[in-house]
Design a protein around this ligand. Structure first.
Ligand SMILES: Cc1cc2nc3c(=O)[nH]c(=O)nc-3n(C[C@H](O)[C@H](O)[C@H](O)COP(=O)(O)OP(=O)(O)OC[C@H]3O[C@@H](n4cnc5c(N)ncnc54)[C@H](O)[C@@H]3O)c2cc1C
Length: 465
């Protein structure tokens, strides 16, 4: 994300609504092009779905986030924010897989082998499947390389159905495919779009040997994204208005009037006129803000739905594992992360991340804490003798849209029917799942559309002079 010289059509008023990764990216690009940018964010900090909050002496993330080496646009944004050094990207894909009563099995790519051979030794030696299951898994992985993520027919099929057609039994789905699918798509294979699953497995694991190397933040998310973004945008001359909820966007003769709500959202506190507006808010908010006539399908966006993620936080008086993170099978634990270094706390602070958490989201915190403390003790023997100092639960009911078959047709592109009004967000039609990479890509696309609009409206203006 290297800044280019300001365009000849620079210096116009542009508004970005929503300060998540999509809005931040769009605002940076538009400011780089020399425009006067105002960014409205309803929360008190930037970062959107990636934010942190104080909990006693801990700084807690909304949910554990990881990225892959193939998140190229996201990683370029980290560079631009000066945050790359605040993350750790493993030198090669390597995930310890835990199962109760068994030693961890490390699923890792083989260095020096090109894709897809880099995964062959890992699959051939995966001890949680039997020899026949391993052979069928290798054949299915090879077949998945030929599934086109951009083919609408593939988006109408379920990944689970495709896996069954390719000889994957329920144990192979549970112990292998869902390890990745549930974490990456926030839904099990059974309910996932085949096209989105193909994007994850092809781009993330099968096409480039190093694409799936896993990165994770070493600091709370607000220190990684929100605060550095605020500093960068301010330096670029962007007016960053946090605590500002946009209530209405209406077209007018010179562009758009953007109305910001007052206290309690009752009265209009401020109004801004901009030649172009990027709406980088979640789909439910976008459907309310998009003026009638701007989009013929805004009523359909609700069908993207939402899928929850729950995190169970466990603080121990002593270390229970040396693993920075691990996945688990045959356990309520899906993925568990050691957050001790990021939170600088004593003992050990583990976060259990539960995706596709439809059955978990309403379970009382005490019950969840007891269930997950017991499950962690079955995976890490040292946890049986450690004292649990504190447990708490964080819930994100609308963590992602529901990445089910048929969703591609519901995801709009960046341009709307009103020139200058542009959509962004990980839920828009990026071809990627609802991820940080998808959000950043959508921000770039939105900026491209706005910049093209400003150039053409400038020409039209000149033509009428
Ligand atoms: C618990 C959890 C775990 C996740 N784990 C991962 C992971 O490991 N890896 C990964 O890649 N992705 C992960 N994701 C998904 C990722 O966080 C999102 O895809 C991405 O951050 C979405 O960015 P966005 O900018 O599109 O939307 P958002 O981050 O939702 O930003 C939209 C912003 O708009 C603001 N807004 C809404 N309405 C208004 C209004 N009227 N006026 C002004 N502002 C408004 C909101 O406050 C918000 O800040 C996870 C998400 C969650 C919740």
């Amino acid at each position: 994300m290297t800044p280019g010289p300001p365009a000849a059509d620079a210096g116009r008023d542009v508004c970005v609504v929503g300060g998540g990764l999509a809005g931040i990216t769009a605002a940076v690009r538009l400011a780089d092009a020399g425009h006067r940018v105002t960014l409205f964010e309803r929360r008190s900090e930037l970062g959107g779905a990636t934010y942190s909050f104080d909990h006693g002496s801990l700084v807690v993330d909304t949910g554990q986030h990881v990225f892959l080496r193939c998140y190229e646009r996201y990683r370029a944004l980290l560079d631009r924010l000066g945050s790359t050094g605040l993350t750790q990207l493993q030198p090669r894909f390597s995930v310890p897989i835990l199962a109760p009563g068994r030693a961890p099995h490390v699923l890792a790519r083989t260095r020096g082998l090109p894709a897809p051979a880099h995964l062959l030794p890992a699959l051939a030696g995966y001890s949680l499947l039997d020899a026949r299951e391993r052979w069928h898994a290798i054949r299915a992985a090879a077949a998945l390389r030929t599934v086109d993520p951009d083919d609408p027919d593939n988006d109408r099929r379920s990944f689970g159905g495709w896996l069954a057609d390719h000889g994957q039994g329920s144990r192979a789905v549970r112990r292998l495919w869902d390890l990745i699918t549930v974490a990456a798509l926030n839904t099990p294979a059974e309910h996932a779009s085949l096209a989105l699953a193909a994007r994850v497995f092809r781009t993330g694991l099968l096409e480039r040997a190093d694409a799936g190397d896993i990165g994770r933040p070493l600091v709370p998310l607000s220190s990684l994204h929100g605060r550095p973004a605020h500093r960068l945008l301010t330096r670029l001359g962007v007016r960053v208005a946090t605590g500002s909820r946009v209530e209405r966007v209406e077209p007018d003769t010179t562009g758009f009037r953007v109305a910001i709500g007052g206290a309690g959202g009752r009265s209009v506190q401020d109004e801004l006129v901009a030649e172009a507006v990027v709406l980088a808010v979640p789909h439910a908010a976008a459907a309310q803000l998009v003026p009638a006539g701007a989009s013929h399908d805004r009523d359909d966006w609700q069908h993207l739905g939402s899928a929850p993620i729950v995190n169970v936080h466990l603080r121990y008086d002593s270390a229970v594992t040396r693993l920075p993170f691990a996945a688990a099978v045959e356990s309520p634990v899906q993925w568990v992360f050691d957050r001790t270094p990021a939170s600088m706390t004593d003992g050990q602070y583990l976060v259990v991340s539960i995706s596709a958490a439809d059955d978990t989201i309403t379970v009382p915190a005490r019950r969840l804490a007891a269930t997950y403390a017991a499950a962690v003790a079955r995976l890490f023997p040292a946890a049986r003798s450690a004292r649990v100092l504190e447990t708490f639960v964080t819930r994100e009911p609308s963590a992602t849209f529901r990445q089910a078959p048929g969703t591609r047709a519901l995801r709009p592109g960046a341009a709307t029917r009103l020139p200058g009004l542009v959509l962004a967000g990980a839920w828009t039609d990026t071809g990627w799942p609802d991820t940080m990479e998808g959000a950043v890509r959508s921000g770039h696309r939105a900026a491209d559309v706005v910049l093209a609009h400003l150039v053409s409206s400038n020409r039209n203006l000149e033509g009428t002079r």
